[in-house]
Design a binder for this molecule. Structure first.
Ligand code: ATP
Length: 232
């Protein structure tokens, strides 16, 4: 469904992605794991059009999307919940969700009810300023906002970052539920064990390059992954 072929992305002279190739099939949850600075966020931002690759090709259902501006990429069906949530703290929960629905894929009211169904707490707090939500609720809002464009593919950047363990399990259960509802997911996580347990397949990224890939089960049993990323 989504394919990256030999993607190179730079920040000025610094090459952050050094020829990344990966593929995500419809209906999958795919994890991208790696240590700090490996290039995970850069990879997501390159897919969502925030960063432009200097070389390589990104295709969605066979059509080239690299080089399109971010709003066109959202319109084509890819939506990102960024690292650090980036919600609008001085807008209400509803207004934040409205911003996510701005590009208008599908019926706003229907999608809003679907998002409220996944995150009932957002419905309860619809008129509350987003900045007053707890960390976990803000993460739900960030995910909810990205679902408002009714994406076919959801890119999640560190959804469990900084959350209490109970909230982490809740967020992971919700990702499972969103995927079961038909959304394909690319998940970037430091919490490699939880991410791999949830996903179908995974890729390991090191220093801007993919060094391992496989089914999540194989990666969970891989000696190198166990010592480097699972803390075993
Ligand atoms: P983290 O988990 O810390 O976010 P990551 O795997 O997502 O790590 P990236 O944020 O993609 O890593 O960073 C990849 C490389 O690009 C790192 O070497 C980082 O220092 C560099 N980098 C990231 N953002 C910028 C930027 N705005 N300007 C220059 N270099 C950057």
């Amino acid at each position: 469904m989504l394919r990256l072929e030999n993607i190179h992305t730079y920040y000025g002279p610094a090459e952050a992605l050094k020829g990344i190739s990966l593929e995500i099939n419809k209906g999958e949850i795919v994890s991208l794991i790696g240590s700090n600075g490996a290039g995970k966020s850069t990879c997501l931002m390159t897919i969502s059009g925030i960063l432009k690759p200097s070389e390589g090709r990104i295709t969605l259902r066979g059509a080239g999307i690299s080089g399109l501006p971010p709003h066109e990429i959202v319109r084509s069906g890819i939506s990102q919940a960024p690292e650090g949530r980036r919600i609008f703290p001085r807008l209400t929960v509803f207004e934040n969700l409205e911003m996510g629905g701005f590009l208008g894929r599908g019926n706003f009211g229907e999608i809003l009810e679907r998002v409220y169904g996944i995150f009932p707490v957002l419905k309860e707090r619809t008129s509350q300023m987003a900045g007053t939500l707890s960390g976990g609720e803000q993460q739900m809002l960030a995910i909810g906002r990205s679902l408002m464009s009714a994406p076919d593919i959801l890119l999640l950047d560190e959804p469990s970052l900084g959350l209490a363990p109970i909230m982490v399990s809740k967020i992971f259960r919700t990702i499972h539920e969103i995927n079961a509802g038909g959304v394909t997911v690319l998940l970037v996580e430091q919490n490699a064990k939880a991410a791999l347990r949830l996903s179908h397949r995974g890729y390991v990224i090191e220093n801007g390059a993919i060094t391992l890939q496989g089914s999540s089960e194989d990666l969970l049993n891989n000696e190198k992954v166990r010592t480097a990323y699972l803390g075993e």
